[in-house]
Design a protein around this ligand. Structure first.
Ligand SMILES: [Zn+2]
Ligand SMILES: [Zn+2]
Length: 252
């Protein structure tokens, strides 16, 4: 392995260990560094400016509800074909990056590379994306879209839960584990669109309906692809009297 890559890997391991410390204590003990290049950072930043520029952002012309990119320029506020044929149960979606290039690498490292500490820099960017939305004031609770407990146990952590906690901390809004995944659903990518929806029917259950009723909820996941999972989770919340659901993912 390249010397620099070795140093970055060792540093990532230390970051993962320290992830379990309290946020304030951790900030005092360890100076922060960029997750992509390892260069030292000031207290307020989650990435260095060079690497921030390498993260692909969402196009301006995108679906008002699900943030899907439009191939050609359309009016602001337009809906994509999917949202027009079937409205998702969430009102809008936001993400700081597109699921490609450096953003895709980060998601893979976070989920499969056992680097849970990445929840912090990714969560900070997600919180900033939420703060740029006109609906940010409607968020009263943050809820992660949970993995099935068996998968979370295998991975050692639930990535959406970690991101949700981080965003809640940044937005100064409580995070609750309001959802449980009742069934271990088949991986969505292997299924056609209609089958994805059937695969997810009844997959989520709200376990804190009283805490959620009449509230505005920010639903959190790492990546938004077809939107079927987020839709099923939002539907479960809405059926328990949640007033509105917005969605934040790291990548779209
Ligand atoms: Zn960097
Ligand atoms: Zn859409």
């Amino acid at each position: 392995m390249h010397g620099r890559a070795l140093a970055l890997a060792a540093w990532s391991r230390i970051r993962s260990l320290r992830h379990s410390l309290g946020r304030e204590i951790e900030g005092l003990l360890f100076p922060s560094a960029c997750p992509l290049c390892g260069s030292p950072l000031g207290e307020e930043s989650s990435f260095c400016l060079v690497c921030l520029g390498r993260l692909p952002s969402l196009p301006i012309t995108r679906c008002r509800l699900c943030a899907r990119a439009f191939p050609r320029v359309r009016g602001i506020g337009a809906l994509c074909l999917r949202c027009r044929s079937r409205r998702p149960a969430f009102r809008s979606a936001t993400a700081p990056t597109r699921f490609r290039g450096a953003a895709r690498d980060l998601v893979h490292r976070f989920k499969y590379g056992r680097e849970p500490w990445l929840a912090r820099p990714l969560g900070v960017l997600m919180a900033e994306a939420v703060q740029a939305e006109p609906w940010q004031g409607e968020i009263e609770l943050v809820v992660g879209i949970p993995l099935h407990w068996r998968r979370a146990r295998r991975r050692g952590f639930d990535q959406a839960e970690l991101l949700a906690r981080e965003i809640g901390w940044c937005l100064k809004v409580p995070t609750i584990r309001a959802l449980i995944r009742r069934r271990a659903t088949r991986p969505q990518v292997t299924l056609p669109r209609e089958a994805r929806r059937r695969n997810l029917e009844g997959a989520f259950q709200v376990r804190q309906p009283t805490a959620c009723r009449e509230r505005g909820i920010l639903l959190v996941d790492d990546v938004l692809t077809s939107g079927a999972t987020a839709d099923a989770a939002a539907r479960a919340l809405r059926s328990c009297g949640v007033r509105r659901v917005h969605l934040a993912t790291f990548a779209r």
